[in-house]
Design a protein around this ligand. Structure first.
Ligand code: PMP
Length: 392
């Protein structure tokens, strides 16, 4: 039987329609989008520019404000290091404890270099208080980075309010929108963030491509590139553009924009999963309430009291279910999830946690089978731990 994929916050499978859009650029059509002295290069450039228009339309920006990158990790690094390193040392970077490592790690690097990085706490739902940003901002504050939606507990931040606070403090706003683009598009079109990171593989596009929005408003954003070379992408990201990946990214965004039923279906399947799991003894749900509208519709995160997290994951894996206990990028890390710690879980509970991420390809049958696998795994582990030593 096929494995059940409920790890869609880590990545999503390529949509066959996206693959079809990419196919000609993988086989046969090969121009370099920067070699426009011949027709093949101009074709590639046109394909890249149509994808740029598609992605720009989804987030309400001008195509010329978008820079293609290898993904959200690079976009986050470029936004944070690019802006801070273009400013004076001792400038301040503000972010939150629930951000992805690709935001927190550049922040750490900046502090080692003499900049000031302030990491604000989040509440038990994983949300930062916008007023705390204003309180933390020193006169040297340059940039605040807050994610659109959390990749572990699905918390959706109030970006509009964050932008309002930042504007009063004359702070630039960066938003990591690797997660939640489907639900966040409307918000993003209204929230005047200055910099925004995107990733294609979280929306059934290909792995290895993403984008950074660098707004060209009345206020010029000081930013310098991480990679230098041919001066591609407005001099901010050198390197030959991967036409097939960019075309796939554009197609994935186009499908997302036209897929109106998605949020509702995801929400009802996710809620059904919780209904099937909620009676497991010792289970607790992490993150915002499911019906609050302030949580990604495809995310559920739970912990089990008194369970060995590693043993639980091993059993679930063996039974054919893909889920994880934390962010994919740090799963080789023996430390418990920094996000679950930030929302108040202790180490043991954070380790005994499961993150479920549904996709638009998830079926009701998969939800039922997944719930049965988790329930069986917890029951059998509890059976083993409650047996007195020596008995079989
Ligand atoms: N930010 C968040 C919130 C993410 O979930 C991820 C992917 N785990 C990233 C950034 C990194 O994205 P990418 O894989 O495109 O580098």
């Amino acid at each position: 039987m096929n494995r059940i994929d409920l790890d869609n916050q880590a990545t999503t499978r390529l949509d066959p329609l996206v693959f079809e859009a990419m196919r000609p650029w993988l086989l046969g059509r090969g121009g370099n989008a920067s070699s426009t002295q011949h027709a093949s290069g101009r074709d590639a450039r046109d394909a890249v520019e149509s994808a740029r228009e598609e992605v720009a339309a989804a987030i309400g920006c001008q195509p010329r404000e978008l820079i293609f990158t290898s993904g959200a990790t690079e976009a986050n690094n470029l936004a944070i290091r690019g802006v801070l390193e273009a400013s004076r040392e001792h400038s301040q970077f503000i972010t939150t404890a629930a951000e992805h490592r690709s935001v927190l790690d550049p922040g750490r690097r900046l502090s080692r270099m003499g900049y000031v990085t302030t990491v604000l706490p989040v509440d038990e739902e994983g949300r930062v208080d916008p007023a705390a940003i204003a309180q933390a901002a020193a006169p040297t504050a340059m940039l605040v980075s807050v994610m659109l939606a959390n990749n572990e507990v699905g918390t959706i931040n109030d970006l509009t309010e964050i932008c309002r606070v930042a504007e009063r403090q004359r702070l630039l706003v960066h938003c990591d929108a690797a997660q939640g683009l489907g639900e966040g598009m409307a918000v993003l079109s209204r929230a005047p963030v200055d910099l925004l990171s995107l990733s294609a593989h979280k929306i059934h596009g290909p792995q290895g491509v993403g984008a950074l929005l660098v707004r060209r408003g009345s206020r010029r954003i000081p930013i310098r590139p991480l990679l230098e070379g041919g001066g591609h992408e407005l001099g901010l990201r050198s390197g030959t553009l991967p036409t097939a990946l960019i075309v796939g990214f554009g197609e994935a965004v186009r499908i997302l924009r036209t897929d109106a039923t998605r949020t509702h279906d995801l929400c009802s399947r996710r809620n059904r999963l919780w209904e099937l799991l909620r009676n497991i003894p010792g289970i607790r749900r992490n993150g915002p309430p499911l019906e609050s509208g302030l949580r990604l519709s495809n995310n559920l995160n739970v912990s089990f009291e008194g369970i060995d997290g590693a043993a639980l994951l091993a059993r679930i894996d063996q039974a054919g279910l893909d889920v994880s206990s934390g962010a994919a990028c740090s799963s080789s890390d023996p430390e418990p999830s920094h996000v679950l710690r930030a929302i108040g879980l202790n180490d043991a509970l954070a380790r005994a946690s499961l993150r479920f991420g549904l996709s638009r390809f998830t079926t009701d049958d998969e939800i039922d089978r997944a719930a049965a696998i988790v329930s069986d795994a917890v029951t059998s582990l509890r059976g083993e731990t409650t047996q007195p030593p020596g008995e079989t």
